[in-house]
Design a protein around this ligand. Structure first.
Ligand code: ZN
Ligand code: ZN
Length: 181
C-alpha cells in the first residue's frame, strides 16, 4: 500500500475537464463496492471508491460540483458530487463519514490503473463473472474499519473522529427540532 512517504499527489477530473481535483494524501482505503446500488449507479459491475479526508481533496478548478442526493445501500442516501456540465460522478459523501470524508471515484483519476481496491465489499451481490483477486480481503457486506485499515489510515481517522461526531450531533439536534405535525 502507498504510504505518505512514497506518495505523489494524484490528480483527476471529469471527462469534460470542468472539474479537476488533487488528492493531497494517499487514499485511506480503496473500496471495491459490489452492492446493487453501485452497480446500477455506475452501470458497471462495481464501484471503486478511494476514501480521503475532504480537507485533503483540493479543487483545481473554480466550478462547484453539483451535489445530488442519491439512494444508497444503507437507505440513508449518499450525496454525489457531479460535474455540472458532463454530470460525471466524481466523489460522494456517505452519512457515516458526513462531508468530512470523500469517496473519490477511482475511474476519474488520471492514472486509475495505479490503484486497485484494498477490500471488496458487498460481495454477496457480486456479478457472477467477476473473479476477485487472491490475497485482497473480500467481505459479504460491510466491515469493521479498524480490522482492515492500515495503522496510518486509522490514525488519520482518529483525527477526524471529533469533527465527524460533532457533525452527527448537530444533525441529530436539528432533526429533533423539526416540529412533528
Ligand atoms: Zn465535466
Ligand atoms: Zn456500493
Amino acid at each position: 500500500m502507498v504510504t505518505t512517504e512514497s506518495y505523489a499527489p494524484l490528480e483527476g477530473g471529469c471527462t469534460c475537464g470542468t472539474i479537476r481535483y488533487r488528492m493531497e494524501a494517499p487514499p485511506l482505503i480503496i473500496h471495491g463496492c459490489h452492492c446493487t446500488y453501485c452497480q446500477c449507479e455506475t452501470g458497471s459491475a462495481f464501484a471503486q471508491n478511494a476514501l480521503i479526508e475532504s480537507s485533503l481533496l483540493t479543487s483545481l478548478t473554480p466550478t462547484q460540483p453539483l451535489f445530488v442526493l442519491t439512494p444508497s445501500h444503507s437507505g440513508q442516501s449518499q450525496t454525489i458530487a457531479r460535474c455540472p456540465k458532463c454530470f460525471i460522478a466524481i466523489w460522494s459523501h456517505y452519512p457515516g463519514g458526513a462531508a468530512i470524508v470523500s469517496f473519490v471515484r477511482v475511474g476519474t483519476l488520471d492514472q486509475p490503473n495505479d490503484y486497485q481496491p484494498n477490500i471488496h465489499i458487498y460481495t454477496s451481490t457480486k456479478r457472477d463473472w467477476v473473479v476477485l483477486p487472491e490475497g485482497i480481503p473480500a467481505v459479504e457486506e460491510f466491515y469493521d474499519l479498524k480490522t482492515y485499515w492500515s495503522e496510518e489510515s486509522w490514525a488519520r481517522m482518529e483525527k477526524m473522529r471529533p469533527v465527524i461526531e460533532e457533525g452527527r450531533k448537530k444533525k441529530a439536534e436539528e432533526a429533533s427540532k423539526v416540529p412533528s405535525s
